[in-house]
Design a protein around this ligand. Structure first.
Ligand code: SF4
Length: 377
């Protein structure tokens, strides 16, 4: 079992908070798509020839800049070189301004069966603050169009903690999303990443900074409304109406191997991580010469152990006891037992026969609790 991630590194407009790799110039789009096809061919053995691919995720950047024909051509190449499961989760990240009705209907004739839509907010002032390319009307219209076109597998991204977002509007954002019965929500607190336009604008006093208390209060509202509406918080930032868990992302958290294609994409084969160069012309030039510009890090047992804790304990499934004991040394197992004991006693963590997991109370303090459990030398 494995997944494929394909990074489409173009956006119409740069959102102020974003630190992903993308270009707002589409000049190299055709060359990029040719290079992506070629990388799919070059790396067909990365996951092992008989490995079955169960999830494919087109992320970015903005994959909804691709036409349905471009998506189908991409899948012709994937089909040629990879062993695909008969039923796959195939997700396309989309921005509302790309999802006109005719485009959504055209995507129905592709293997895409799930959209991840960057809504962020249904209010103009927040979208303007974030520098998003879409309007509040487009945010609502694309969801209605997608649902009416038969795309039942939808997830949307929402951002809270934005200085323009009042508590009433945050509640309304959640009410709109849950009212439309969107089966999966990813809700993130706005973070000011280094070297972003947002950091610069806050430093220059042109934009208000994020208020931690407002963010914490909005997180509480998020937990309350999603619970009331029948959503399960199965990862710190991810909520769904069961059984609509995001398979691709859940597999990342469970350390299932994946192949990352395109500039800046990361890959994981169970033993090492590899990341492609985050530079469109250099990526294309390398691939044209038959060489992938990338770096590789072989993971130590300690890396694998700590990564498993970090991602696993953020989910409702927690970490598997057998896997933990396979990854850690005998000394580490003793250290772990000692470190988790107070968390079990205080009700921040819990266990059953097969796993350890954080309780909802523990997930509020996840970063600190998990780092207390790390394998340290
Ligand atoms: S559309 Fe997405 S990838 Fe592109 S700039 Fe905005 S947040 Fe970043």
């Amino acid at each position: 079992m494995a997944g494929i991630y394909i990074h489409i590194p173009f956006c119409k407009k740069a959102c102020v908070y974003c630190n992903f790799h993308f270009s707002t110039s589409l000049r190299l789009k055709n060359e990029m798509m040719e290079a992506i096809h070629k990388e799919l061919q070059l790396r067909k053995a990365y996951l092992g020839e008989n490995t079955v691919i169960e999830t494919i995720y087109l992320g970015g950047g903005t994959p909804s800049l691709l036409s349905a024909d471009e998506v189908n051509t991409l899948f012709d190449t994937i089909n040629q070189y990879y062993n695909l499961a008969s039923e796959m989760e195939v997700t396309l990240e989309a921005n509302p301004d790309d999802l006109e009705l005719d485009k959504i209907q055209a995507y129905r004739n592709t293997p895409i069966n799930r959209f991840s839509i960057g809504i962020q907010s249904f209010f103009e002032e927040d979208l303007r603050f974030m520098g998003r390319a879409h309007s509040a009307d487009q945010a609502k219209a694309c969801l209605e169009n997608a649902l009416n076109s038969g795309f039942e597998q939808l997830t949307i991204d929402l951002i809270y903690g934005t200085p323009t977002l009042s508590h009433t509007h945050w509640e309304e954002n959640l009410r709109i999303a849950t009212g439309l019965k969107i089966p999966h929500l990813s809700c993130y607190a706005l973070t000011v990443e280094p070297k972003t336009a947002l950091e610069y604008q806050i430093d220059k006093g042109k934009k208000a900074d994020v208020d931690e208390e407002d963010t914490a209060q909005q997180f509480e509202t998020l937990l309350a409304i999603t619970a009331e509406e029948g959503y399960e918080q199965y990862e710190i930032s991810n909520f769904c109406r069961p059984p609509h868990y995001a398979q691709h992302n859940s597999n990342y958290w469970k350390q299932v191997p994946y192949l990352g294609i395109g500039p800046s994409a990361h890959s994981f084969d169970g033993k090492s991580r590899q990341w492609n160069i985050a530079h469109n012309p250099k990526y294309i030039e390398g691939i044209q010469k038959g060489k992938l510009e990338s770096e590789l890090e072989v993971l130590t047992p300690q890396d694998l152990y700590n990564e498993y804790l970090l991602t696993g304990l953020r989910t409702k499934w927690g970490v598997d006891k057998r896997r933990l004991s396979k990854l850690g040394s005998a000394t580490q197992q003793k250290q772990f037992a000692k470190a988790i004991a107070p968390q079990l006693a205080s009700g921040h963590a819990s266990e059953n026969a097969s796993s350890y997991f954080l309780t909802p109370k523990g997930r509020l303090l996840a970063d600190r609790l998990i780092s207390d459990l790390f394998w340290v030398d």
